[in-house]
Design a protein around this ligand. Structure first.
Ligand SMILES: *Cc1c(COP(=O)(O)O)cnc(C)c1O
Length: 385
């Protein structure tokens, strides 16, 4: 591994695929016009934009007109939450889970300061929701139910189709943050029955700064960014043409790579996890093995600080993470592991390894080889708690 990094943090971001860079390049060099212009040099960009839209739509089995390009997953999520409480004045209540990504949680907390009320559903030790409780949390004034498809820290999956059906019985729209699910497991908005779904390109081998929001045909939606009439008036701002084209190409590749995720990546993840759990005394998995993303494992190590271990892993050229990248840097224990009922010591001693289609068996073997020594070093190096 020398001179190279062993990248096991694909839930934080992914390498831009060479084929994606190649697809984008013409739109950063020769074809740099504005698609809203009336001359051909700009107008000609509408075709590649719509082709990319069709590819992103195909990734989730949506119609072309149901895809709005945004700048990131965070924007898509914020837009849905704000739209929900804006379009029906009497409805100012949102149901979310306690384990959502900060893009949802921080926006919910802001909406609380604006007079909205939020129910944060608890999870059990397996990270699972009580669907009866979810149903009972829906009120007369509920504007939206928002539940992630897959958790970014543990990889745990939520029963989104069942949740959407519950919402619809009560006439409430349902949103899912599918940022982690996309490109790893098949996503079908028709089968899920959701009204809104958020995607981010950089989690599936396209660049950062481009996302998408699925809005089911006929669903009321209030734009978040208002400006030019781009995205049929649903998202102002001159299109990130190269980013959109890259997202389209990545979506196309992701569909073709689902099989690899579920065979090769899953087997590598399982090997890594199995050997860590069997060879390292006191190591335990956070959450059940299924239902889970094929690429992620979250492991609690006995009597260590994850921060210290991550630094040692970094010195060894290994990229992993504690909690979510977005919350990293803070010393607070993971809100996800805390919500699952684990104490601060366990939460602070937990590491997430998230593999990807570029991961190799040699990398897994390398991590397995160096980890025991790093843990010993970690244990011996003046722990703080
Ligand atoms: C990364 C992530 C986001 C945010 O996406 P950005 O494009 O980085 O804004 C939202 N939700 C989940 C579950 C994520 O993992």
């Amino acid at each position: 591994m020398s001179g190279q990094i062993c990248y096991f943090d694909n839930n934080a971001t992914t390498r831009v695929a060479p084929a994606v860079v190649e697809a984008m390049l013409p739109f950063l060099t020769e074809q740099w016009g504005n698609p809203s212009s009336l001359y051909g040099f700009g107008q000609d960009l509408n075709r590649p934009l719509e082709q990319a839209r069709a590819k992103v739509a195909a990734l989730i089995n949506a119609e072309l007109t149901e895809i709005i390009f945004t700048s990131c997953g965070t924007e898509s999520i914020n837009s849905v939450l704000r739209s929900a409480v804006a379009i029906r004045p009497g409805r100012r209540h949102i149901v979310a889970t306690a384990v959502e990504h900060s893009a949802t949680l921080k926006c919910c907390r802001f909406l609380e300061t604006q007079g909205c009320s939020i129910t944060y559903l608890p999870v059990n030790a397996d990270g699972a929701l009580d669907l009866a409780l979810l149903e009972h949390s829906i009120r007369q004034d509920t504007a939206l139910v928002s539940v992630m498809s897959a958790n970014n820290e543990t990889g745990l999956l939520f029963p989104v189709a069942e949740i959407a059906a519950l919402c619809h019985e009560k006439g409430i729209p349902c949103h899912t943050d599918a940022v982690q699910m996309a490109g790893k497991l098949r996503l079908n908005v028709r089968a899920l029955g959701v009204d809104f779904l958020s995607l981010s390109a950089h989690k599936l081998h396209a660049p950062k700064g481009i996302g998408a929001l699925y809005v089911k045909s006929g669903t009321k939606y209030q734009p978040y960014l208002m400006g030019g009439g781009q995205e049929t008036g649903r998202r102002g701002g001159t299109e990130n043409v190269a980013g959109i084209v890259g997202f389209g190409r990545a979506a196309e590749l992701a569909l073709g790579n689902l099989e690899i995720q579920n065979t090769r990546v899953r087997a590598l993840r399982d090997k890594l996890e199995r050997q860590i759990l069997s060879q390292i005394p006191g190591a335990v998995r956070n959450g059940p093995s299924e239902p889970r993303l094929p690429n992620s494992t979250n492991i609690a190590f006995d009597a260590i600080e994850a921060e210290g271990l991550l630094l040692l892993l970094d010195e060894a050229g290994i990229c992993a993470s504690s909690g979510s990248a977005c919350a990293a840097g803070s010393l607070d224990p993971s809100h996800v592991l805390t919500a699952m009922g684990f104490g601060a010591a366990r939460a602070r001693g937990s590491i997430r390894f998230s593999l990807g289609i570029d991961s190799t068996e040699a990398e897994v073997d390398y991590v397995l080889k160096v980890l025991p020594g790093l843990l010993r070093k970690c244990n011996g190096s003046g722990q703080t708690t």
